[in-house]
Design a protein around this ligand. Structure first.
Ligand code: TYD
Length: 137
């Protein structure tokens, strides 16, 4: 599972002078069924989040408001994605290390997840992540 599967998905946008609307249906606009939704908000300036990978979890990450960066790492290479539109979703497949930084003030990071919360699905140690990626986990 490598970085090449991570991608920005251009979500449907219904433009309207009264305000824009974007919607997401599991298995249709994104390649998984949505089991959980969570969001990050009130992130202090200069703060970073993430610092882990997941054995099985797939996610779609959206800058619902404001902007931030997501850095993905498959153990061989890293890619930085700047999320700054409410209709862009970054699809994150399983087994990528992720870090988030560069949060703008009042930004909201909305996450759609393929599984319920399960701490045993996390890899929180980078050296362990590298061992697992290389098949020695
Ligand atoms: P974590 O995923 O480590 O946050 P981030 O990657 O954004 O830095 O989660 C932070 C804390 O919140 C951790 O103690 C687990 C808890 N948590 C839940 O209980 N349920 C959830 O769905 C999520 C995402 C986190």
């Amino acid at each position: 599972m490598g970085l090449e599967q991570a991608r920005i998905i251009n979500l449907p946008k219904i433009g309207d002078p009264r305000g824009n609307l974007t919607f997401i249906e599991g298995q249709k606009h994104i390649p998984f069924e949505i089991k959980r939704v969570y969001y990050l908000y009130d992130v202090p300036g200069g703060e970073s989040r993430g610092g882990h990978a997941h054995y099985k979890l797939e996610q779609l990450v959206i800058a619902a408001s404001g902007s931030f960066d997501m850095i993905l790492d498959d153990g061989k290479q890293k890619q930085r994605f700047h999320l700054n539109r409410s209709y862009y979703g970054l699809y994150i497949p399983k087994m990528l290390w992720r870090e988030m930084d560069n949060f703008s003030s009042s930004s909201v990071c909305l996450v759609l997840a393929s599984m319920m919360y399960d701490e045993s699905d996390y890899i929180r140690n980078y050296d362990e992540f590298i061992r697992v990626v290389n098949g020695h986990g």
